[in-house]
Ligand binder design. Sequence first.
Ligand SMILES: [Fe+2]
Length: 397
Amino acid sequence: MKNENKSLGLIGYHSIQYFTRDIKTCVHWHKEKFGFEEIAKSTTNWEKRHGMRAIVLLGAGKLGWIITEPIEKSSTAGRYLTNHPDGIAYLNFRVKNIKNTAEFLLDKKASILYDIESHTSPHDGSWRETSIATAIDDVGFRFIEENNFDQFAPGFEWTNKNNKTKLNDIGLDLGIDHVTCNGRSMHAITEFYRHCMGFEQYWGVEFHTAHHKPELGTGSGLESIVMWDKESGIKFATNQPLAPYFNNSQIQIYVEDNRGSGIQHIAFGTKNIIQTVEKLRERGTVFLEASDKYYEQLPERMKQMNLQKINEPYDIVRKNNILLDGSNGKYLLQIFMKEQCVQLNNKNAGPFFYEIIQREGDDSFGEGNFKALFDSIEKQQVSDHRQEMRERVDSLC
Ligand SMILES: [Fe+2]
């Protein structure tokens, strides 16, 4: 019988699964910098069965951040980390009805990893999930229908359930704004979102430095497409390198560093980016820096955005290296953190990074900031530290 489900039935994110070789450091970093709080951990039985251990932090927007370390090399995390540096390996979504979701995925010939698994809890709660392989190399998507399940997830136990109600102490209460992936060819990924998940195109841009400075004779660029699920508002950006000088692109360099396509960054929404960024700076977090030229050109760009002024003190925005973009009098403020390999000064921590974004009516993705971001990332990629990191990542396998 033809499946009548017109959509996946996504509600939103449930949790993010982060695979790491060093759970202690990864947990400590997310607690210390982002103010994430520990809420649960894997049970001994789960650890024996899966050959991994996990600690769950309450992440931005009260989402679970499942930091997972392999015990066995043959475990899911062990196999992932044989191929890649640390990073995001699973996005877990809440769905309205898992049966409808599974039928939708089956109808679209999605690559289903396992049939619906059902779990019940002592107090009649239920948990049902299924999961699929994606076009993003070794990244998987999990779909969960949960009804009053009294643990964080099957195989987990609370370590501090009270933390579940806490507000994030640096203002990361709006959760995930978007997730961005990089691939050598983004169309395999965006078509996967379209075909297997029913997403539609939301936004797109292409940018090449050579088009702005042809006199240099070199340059690099990217193309980016944002796809979204209209029902839930979930947005995925995807980037690919843009010729000429394909191999110079920061997207290609990410793919080399990550040893395949993968999740490049997750953007957290905040209502007060200045407060969030100042607290992160106090805690020793490092950000990409825009050039002085960026701020010299900003008043002119603001005129083009039809933006007389912004609500935030301009000098503090500039002091914190926060980027501004917008159109028709609406704007967004954003900043990009340096990669985890730089934050932790560890080759294994990988090229994944976080973005912080405050939206003041602008729903775009900072097209005008792409050049500033590109310049910043490329400046960093040619730095000694970065080169050293790349050599060390090269010796991972
Ligand atoms: Fe982003």
